[in-house]
Structure formats: structure tokens, C-alpha cells
Design a protein around this ligand. Structure first.
Ligand code: GLP
Length: 261
């Protein structure tokens, strides 16, 4: 054990206490989405006033589709739930067709009776991004902290928009988006890469790790190398998702293609 006040790094420069995420493999992205939706719905059944941290991207689309179908059929009272999104493009008005707010409305919120006061996204049009990020952290804290963070992963190991180089202590902030990540987001901008913003606001690694439970969804062959890196590589800012191994309650739901490296 490191003495109080010292960092707890071993001789190999790895943190001493690493956890093995609990991982389950499913046949395809649809069954991953179903399992993720079941897990989220169960969380809300047990604690209706749950605070969720939510992702965008292609990976969670099957989960959102199944949540919408399930909740439209079961009609639970969703008014106590609070959701926060992981990130948002900076420099876009909230109602821009490519914004993550628009994405969330399209795939989830417009289909369900969730009061708009209960879902929160960073404002990509904020004049003072530092203040916007500070206020977002304060809002998460005031809500009681995150019960469940649902994440995707970028091929370069990003989570949220925490690109390589993001530190363990990072909090919600303005960041520059890597070119490969901008390309992965071009589907939101009619495949026009030049239309994808260069910067974003994202919750930090420390913000994510403060969540009581983390659910990571990994699907498709393009994520296989990243998944192996996360499970077996060094824990380092070079691959931000590796920091998830410092969290004791991480569940990974992967499809066969992502698990095959
Ligand atoms: C974007 C988001 C991330 C997301 C990642 C993976 O960059 N900012 O939060 O996890 O894409 O996207 P996809 O699921 O489309 O591969």
C-alpha cells in the first residue's frame, strides 16, 4: 500500500488495485441492446429516482429502441428519473440536427413521457464553456450523483469525448475531438466530415468513475482491438477507457464480433 498522500502506483507504474469487469458476450448488437435495456429498466424498477449518465453514437441505438418499446408497453412512471448525457458538440445550437440533444430526442425522449426538466445535456452553444461545465458537475452532484453510467467506446479508447491524453482526474470540460472520432460521428452530419465540430464538452474520467455502476456496450468488429486493450492493456491516459478497470462495478456487454480479437 502507498503511504497516505502518495500515489498508489506499483513498480510497473500500474495502479495497485485493478478490477476485472464482468463481461457477457451476446450473438449480435440486437441482443446486446436487449440486455442493456433490461439492465437499465431493472435499475429504474428498483430505484425509480435513478440518475443515469447516457451515451450517444451508433452502439446504444438498439438499447434505446428496446427501452422505448418496453416503456411504451409497460408505461412506468418515468417522472422521478434524471438523465445526464456524457457529452455534446461545442459550437452547435442545441436544436441543430447533428447535436446530441437532437439525437437523444429522436431516439428516446420524444417517444416517452419524460419531463424535459428531467433530462440534461451540456449546452454546446454556451458562451462560457468553463461555467457551463462547472454548472453541469454541480447539477449532477445536486441530483445525488450518477447511479448508472452507460457508455460506448471509441476505437481509440475514448469514452464520452475523453480522447487519448485525458487524465484520471479530468472533470467536465471543453476538449478537442480527434479526426478519427470526428469521422465516426459524420453519420450525424450527412457524412459531411467538415460539418462535424472540432470541439466538444464532455464529462471527465473522474466524473464517470464517480458513478456507482458502469455499463459498457461494445459491438462490431471495429471495436475488437479496443475491447482487448481495455481488458488487458496498461491503465493509462493513452487509452482512457482503461481507467474503467479502476472501478469495482463495471459490466461489459459485448457482441461476438467485438469479442473475437
Ligand atoms: C462518440 C461519442 C461517444 C461514443 C462514441 C462511440 O464519439 N462521443 O460517447 O461512445 O462515439 O460511437 P459509436 O457507438 O458510434 O461507435
Amino acid at each position: 500500500m502507498a503511504a497516505p498522500g502518495q500515489s498508489s502506483q506499483s513498480a510497473t507504474d500500474q495502479p495497485e488495485k485493478l478490477y476485472l469487469p464482468q463481461m457477457t458476450t451476446y450473438p449480435d448488437e440486437g441482443t446486446v441492446g436487449q440486455a442493456a435495456a433490461d439492465l437499465v429498466a431493472e435499475k429504474l424498477r428498483l430505484k425509480p429516482a435513478s440518475v443515469l449518465l447516457l451515451p450517444t453514437g451508433r452502439t446504444p441505438l438498439p438499447m434505446y429502441a428496446r427501452l422505448v418499446a418496453r416503456w411504451r408497453a409497460e408505461r412506468p412512471d418515468l417522472s422521478p428519473v434524471q438523465t445526464f448525457n456524457l457529452d455534446e458538440f461545442y459550437g452547435l445550437p442545441p436544436d441543430h440536427p447533428g447535436s446530441y440533444r437532437t439525437y437523444m430526442r429522436r431516439v428516446l425522449f420524444d417517444h416517452l413521457p419524460v419531463p424535459s426538466d428531467n433530462y440534461h445535456l451540456l449546452n454546446g452553444a454556451a458562451a462560457d464553456p468553463t461555467e457551463e461545465c462547472r454548472a453541469y458537475e454541480a447539477k449532477i452532484e445536486a441530483a445525488g450523483g450518477v447511479d448508472l453510467a452507460v457508455l460506448g467506446i471509441g476505437a481509440n479508447g475514448h469514452i464520452g469525448f475523453n480522447e487519448p491524453g485525458s487524465t484520471l482526474a479530468s472533470r467536465t470540460r471543453l476538449v478537442t475531438i480527434e479526426p478519427t472520432t470526428r469521422a465516426a460521428n459524420a453519420f450525424l452530419f450527412d457524412q459531411r466530415l467538415d460539418a462535424v465540430p472540432q470541439t466538444a464538452l464532455t464529462v471527465g474520467i473522474a466524473t464517470i468513475l464517480a458513478s456507482r455502476q458502469v455499463l459498457l456496450l461494445v459491438t462490431g468488429p471495429s471495436k475488437a482491438v479496443a475491447l482487448t486493450h481495455l481488458l488487458t492493456g496498461p491503465v493509462s491516459p493513452d487509452f482512457p477507457a482503461s481507467f474503467l478497470r479502476l472501478h469495482p462495478q463495471v459490466t461489459i456487454l459485448a457482441d461476438r464480433e467485438a469479442s473475437s480479437s
